[in-house]
Design a protein around this ligand. Structure first.
Ligand code: ADP
Ligand code: MG
Length: 558
């Protein structure tokens, strides 16, 4: 064998290691979940590759995870017979921050310890969590398609450097051995380990085996301690909330609980299972607002993990949804391209949309607190659906909430249905006003006439509102009308036509002077019925862009 080579971690790895080991101590037991989750991913990957290359698993077909401990050596080992890694992969995956998510995570760090801990909690810490409890970690591995002489051994104390060397490894897959710190002896106990596996990894779809404990020592006989079947394949009646929450966390988005979920088995022209979750809050990365690189919905085909297919199975406006889709009927050799144009996929996608909207509706109806949490976190994302999903426009609009002149608060609590239920007799339209801020909307002189008539106006002050409402011509048979645009309807003005003509006549001289003075800056100066207190206001033609929309376009250089 060649000598071990010593290499330096990337600077960012040092940063992550430092943060993980210092800020996550109170959650230290999650290291086991992270290592098991990597082992399970490795088994998933091998199972997938073996679809086209069955020889990869022939000699050792049962994919599994084993956990062993050695009280004398004070070591704990998590081993899998999954895909394994080549030397380059070890260096690329373990020695660098390969994942773009991690980079973004680092970029979003603030230096405020409490906030950063929260961030890291949302993000899932992965392999490096081993260093919370270990002062040295040894990883040995061999790729499933490599020869026994092509094994790799990686070792580090987690401080700046690691070593890699070539080794002989008769079995495929990966073993991660933790040399536990002096005060972490609790993890050298079969009962404790069993408890942790059950608590965090029960739903892992591969068997997790531990030696039976005899006289405080690991015996020779192994037993399976987890449920070892994919959670979503189990009957709903058998599953508790804790099971769903634990599975949600295993999807790899950190410690947060899920807000709600929907679990359905569909039989019929095609069979599939959906398990879809709503998170409690948006993920840390600011890019979530951007719509590229969507992740979070895993596609399985007959229990085999295929790929993350969030983009293919969910419209962009539901990109916050996470979970699993397991299809009975898609071909195992699907490609991304095929997913894009497949009739079965289109059906599943429609079902995902329907189930998620059902779930949000149910929250709105039965669980107002949770609905509020949802709406605060994702209301603005959902609004994109009004534009993007004409078929579900009304359903989506029904789920939106706005501030209104009825309440004194900026909180978004009024639904379009609430509004309609309160409409005055003879009121023709749903009135709204868009502005940059709540204060600007609420204080707008455009509202005076409507206020005088006791007509409620929805106050929209999120960036996306002007764009969204442009697609919402009407709702439940009622037109939506911008209170700042065009002529107000006779519902607001009443039958004052005569008085109005007279007023216009009286003001002719004044109007002409104003128009001359303002020149090209205005299109027209006219007598307004909008105002009751202010002497003048700027109004827009029906098809003009609202002022803050004009500003927005200027900002992006249009
Ligand atoms: P994540 O699992 O989110 O990708 P981790 O830090 O947990 O991040 O792991 C980093 C990478 O190291 C994995 O993506 C994988 O490529 C590799 N890896 C870790 N553990 C194993 C394993 N047991 N078998 C194969 N590859 C592994
Ligand atoms: Mg991982």
């Amino acid at each position: 064998a060649t000598a071990a080579e010593t290499r330096k971690f990337e600077a960012e790895v040092d940063q992550v290691l430092h943060l993980v080991t210092h800020s996550l101590y109170s959650h230290k037991e999650i290291f086991l979940r992270e290592l098991i989750s990597n082992a399970s991913d490795a088994c998933d990957k091998l199972r997938f590759e073996a679809l086209s290359r069955p020889e990869l698993v022939q000699d050792d077909a049962e994919l599994r995870i084993e956990i062993r401990w050695d009280p004398e050596a004070r070591t704990l080992t998590v081993r899998d017979n999954g895909i394994g890694m080549s030397r380059d992969e070890v260096i690329g995956n373990i020695g660098t921050i390969a994942r773009s998510g991690t980079r973004r995570f680092l970029e979003s760090l603030t230096g405020d310890a409490r906030r950063d801990t929260q961030l890291i909690g949302q993000f899932g810490v992965g392999f490096y969590s081993a260093f919370i409890v270990a002062d040295k970690v040894t990883l040995t591995t061999r790729r499933a398609d490599a020869a026994p002489g092509e094994g790799v051994r990686w070792e580090s104390t987690g401080s700046g450097e690691y070593t890699v060397e070539a080794i002989e490894q008769p079995w495929r897959g990966t073993a991660v051995t933790l040399h536990l710190k002096a005060d972490e002896g609790e993890f050298l106990d079969g009962w404790k380990l069993r408890e942790l596996v059950r608590k965090y990894s029960d739903h892992v779809a591969f068997p997790i085996r531990l030696p039976k404990q005899k006289d405080g020592k690991p015996g020779d006989e192994l037993e399976t301690v987890n449920h070892a079947s994919a959670l979503w394949t189990r009957p709903k009646a058998e599953l508790k909330d804790e099971d769903y929450q634990a599975f949600y966390k295993s999807l790899g988005y950190g410690f947060d609980d899920a807000l709600a979920w929907t679990h359905n088995r569909v039989e019929g022209s095609q069979g599939y299972t959906l398990l879809l979750y709503l998170p409690e809050r948006p993920p840390f990365d600011a890019l979530f607002a951007g719509r590229d690189e969507r992740k979070g919905l895993k596609l399985y085909i007959r229990r085999v993990f295929i790929m993350d297919a969030s983009e293919q199975l969910l419209p962009a406006y539901l990109r916050f949804v996470r979970g699993v889709v397991d299809s009975d009927d898609l071909p195992l050799n699907v490609s991304r391209e095929l997913l894009q144009h497949n009739r079965l996929v289109a059906q599943i996608r429609a079902a995902c949309v329907k189930r998620v909207l059902d779930l949000i509706e149910k929250l709105a109806k039965d669980e107002p607190e949770k609905f509020k949490t949802f709406h605060t976190a994702f209301g603005n994302v959902l609004k994109e659906g009004v534009a993007e999903d004409p078929a579900n426009r009304e359903r989506i609009a029904r789920l939106l909430r706005f501030a209104s002149t009825r309440s004194e608060s900026a909180e978004r609590t009024v639904s379009l249905d609430d509004y309609i239920a309160r409409m005055a007799a003879g009121q023709e339209a749903i009135y709204y006003l868009t502005a940059d801020t709540y204060a600007a909307a609420k204080g707008s002189p455009q509202l005076e006439a409507l206020r005088a008539k006791g007509i409620e106006v929805l106050l929209m002050y999120d960036r996306i509102d002007e764009w969204m409402v442009g697609y919402l011509d009407s709702y439940a048979g009622k037109k939506l009308r911008n209170a700042a645009k065009g002529e107000l309807g006779s519902d607001v003005l009443g039958a004052d036509a005569e008085a109005r003509k007279q007023a216009e006549k009286d003001a002719e001289g004044l109007l002409k002077k104003l128009k001359d003075a303002l020149g090209e800056r205005v299109r027209e100066v006219r007598v307004s019925q909008r105002l009751t207190e202010s002497p003048a206001c700027l109004a827009f033609d029906e098809y003009d862009m609202a002022p803050h929309m004009q500003r927005l376009l200027r900002e992006v250089g249009q």
